[in-house]
Design a protein around this ligand. Structure first.
Ligand code: C2E
Ligand code: MG
Ligand code: MG
Ligand code: MG
Length: 289
């Protein structure tokens, strides 16, 4: 067909035909373009951290927030991490962004403490490559000392699949975090296909119930049972439990009744830029909301 470009490729002495549709060519070009843009983004610091509050259900207080990275290639566009984190991993450049994120969070924490008297805990998502970096906890410890920040003002989130990817280095890195007094939570809990075995052996502090279960709470049978089971599993293991993706008052009330410790979601606030987070925290502290 006219829109098929046909190439002959030789492999192990046999002639194979590979068909590249225009669509595949377009995809390849787009991938190269994305890589080029990301290299520029890293060099020119086109990233920005947004923050989403974590509400403590027992007290109704905002004790912390989660840092969520955004890419702003120009004045108007905002690109979410699902598009570029996997690409940066593939390019072997995720460490560079990861280091910038942790430093940026420390600066922000310092600013909140020094300029506004706000002390809170910021959760940072790690990538699988960072978890394999066994020197990471020590680097984080040094950075906190440098910024004169306490150990409990930063925590990390990792997914089950990240732990399963390389269990040995996960154990080493998590133990080092524990030794330093830095908390680690399991993100998107319940969606991985891993066993619960690791919960017994890894030093963890909290489980974050995946937002799928929260979304389905009043829509699908058994979701409420699953959420209840995760909450009691966490508590029986002496872990805190956080619900993510809370969007309705009904979901929040359910979680409160079931003794969930923390909630995050659009109902409380969307992820917002640092300055907006400052206003939100100040307003919250002064009882304006
Ligand atoms: P995550 O850590 O599970 O973050 C929660 C995601 O759910 C965020 O998407 C957040 O904006 C979104 N979300 C929060 N509340 C609600 C809600 O009520 N409803 C709905 N529909 N969504 C909600 P986001 O910011 O696009 O991040 C996606 C994922 O990218 C994160 O999932 C995390 O795995 C990764 N990520 C984000 N920031 C970083 C980072 O700094 N480093 C690394 N390595 N990964 C990051
Ligand atoms: Mg997270
Ligand atoms: Mg999550
Ligand atoms: Mg997620």
């Amino acid at each position: 067909a006219a829109e098929l470009a046909m190439f002959k490729a030789k492999s192990s002495g046999r002639q194979n035909f590979q068909f590249f549709t225009e669509e595949l060519q377009q995809q390849a070009l787009a991938a190269m373009e994305l890589e080029r843009n990301l290299r520029r983004a890293l060099a020119q610091q086109e990233f920005e951290l947004y923050y989403q509050p974590k509400l403590e259900l027992g007290s109704g207080r905002i004790l912390g927030c989660e840092a969520l990275v955004r890419w702003k290639p120009d004045g108007n566009m905002t690109i979410g991490p699902d598009t570029f984190i996997p690409k940066l991993e593939e390019m072997g450049r995720i460490g560079q962004l990861g280091d910038w994120i942790i430093d940026q969070v420390c600066r922000q924490l310092k600013h909140w403490r020094d300029e506004h008297g706000l002390s809170l805990c910021v959760a940072v998502n790690l990538s699988v490559k960072q978890l394999q970096q066994e020197a990471l906890p020590e680097q984080v410890g040094l950075l906190l000392d440098q910024y004169e920040l306490p150990r409990d003002c930063i925590e990390f989130e990792i997914t089950e699949s990240m732990m399963m990817h390389d269990p040995e280095s996960a154990v080493a890195t998590l133990s080092a975090f524990q030794f330093l007094g830095i908390a680690v939570s399991v993100d998107d809990f319940g969606t991985g296909y891993s066993s619960f075995g690791y919960l017994q052996h890894l030093p963890l502090d909290a489980l974050k119930i995946d937002r799928l279960f929260i979304q389905r709470l009043f829509q699908e049978e058994k979701s409420a049972e699953i959420v209840r089971a995760i909450i009691s599993l966490a508590h029986n293991l002496n872990l805190k439990v956080i619900a993510e993706g809370v969007e309705t008052q009904q979901q929040l009330a359910f979680l409160q009744d079931e003794g969930c410790d923390f909630a995050q979601g659009y109902l409380i606030s969307r992820p917002v830029p640092a300055e907006e987070m400052t206003q939100l925290l100040l307003g919250h502290r002064d009882g304006k909301q």
